[in-house]
Design a protein around this ligand. Sequence first.
Ligand code: SF4
Length: 435
Amino acid sequence: MKKFYHIITYGCQMNVHESEKIAGILSEMGYESCSSPEEADIVVFNTCCIRENAENHAFGNIGMLKKLKQRRRDMIVAVGGCLPQQMNKAENIHEKFPYVDIIFGTHNLHDLKSLILKKLASKEPVISIPEDDGSICEEDVPLRTSYPNAWVNITYGCNNFCSYCIVPYVRGRERSRSSERIIAEVRSLVAEGYKEITLLGQNVNSYRGELTFPQLLETIANIEGKFRIRFMTSHPKDFSDELIEVMAKYPKICHCLHLPVQSGSDSILAAMNRRYTSGQYLEKVVKLKARIPDCAITTDLIVGFPGETDEDFEATLDLVKKVNFASAFTFVYSKRQGTKAAEMPDQVPEEVSKARIMRLVELVNSQTRSLSETYLGKTIEILCEDYDDKRGMYMGRDEYGRMGYFISSQNMIGKFVKIQIKQVNGISLTGSAVV
Ligand code: SF4
């Protein structure tokens, strides 16, 4: 009899890729994917805890499974990832949701098969949250679901301890995969027909395998075939001139860089433990733009960090105006227990943060819209990624990350397509394919 799995993923690209690894483990065990928990024999929540919202969202959805679990007692419910890896959270999940069968963390995803077998052999819940052992498991074969894009981990964990961030506590210290293994993985993905490779790490710039990050990037850019290379995330303090040179030299490396600045105020950056000033950030942007004028720079911004004054916030607006970001992820500071910032005085009142984020979003959106308007009438090359049923159009992104839509009677997924832009709507562009 066929058995089915359903995975619910929260959070960043790292988690999306880890869900592909979970899918690989389950498929190796004979399970097949299904589209809803109702049809599943095992439901896995791959959780995130970077912000309170993400945590509450996951808790809400785990809670909603209670009735289904009462009807289908043999269905396995597993909760893994960053949320249970936090101190005391696994016990908390077990108390709140006693029907959860398996609780695992970020360091033992590769043990999921044995945890499932243990659960199948016993009535007791299986809770396993190992401390970081510093190892890297190379055995998991992900079941990739994002063709023509493929995610490739190059590092795990983080050593930076930004004062607001929970990641180093739940993902452990930074570990780099061997350059040889990464290069072999990219080679085989390109041979399989993947058209876009995204190298992933909490801070790719501090990658230290046999090669440095710019050397690794250069080696990958020399692999034969038509494909694009992206990487994320870059920490500004480690973003080097050498990397700019490699980006400028190889057309396969997208002219698109995600460089989180977080704040434009030097005192807030210091309190965040970011280890750069706004001046140093701008200097790197100027160097990058001088060498790669068309490079699209995107960023992350936090408002309402403890102690942020009106002047600090104005400094952020000022920096955003100077850089003219292609787009930005904007967040209200979210207090995470266990981090340094959670203990800081002068937490900013919610209504002040809300007013600030509205001003920031308005500024970022106006920059993004103006940039979109420059696309009107231009012909761009996009990599077709998917078909959008609602619009009845194919969609993909250009090398700068801008989304483009077009109509075609043929299946275009995985193809590079030139489209002439006829219409601009916010950040999305619509055009017609140019033969
Ligand atoms: S660099 Fe800072 S924000 Fe990014 S994961 Fe590491 S600690 Fe968190």
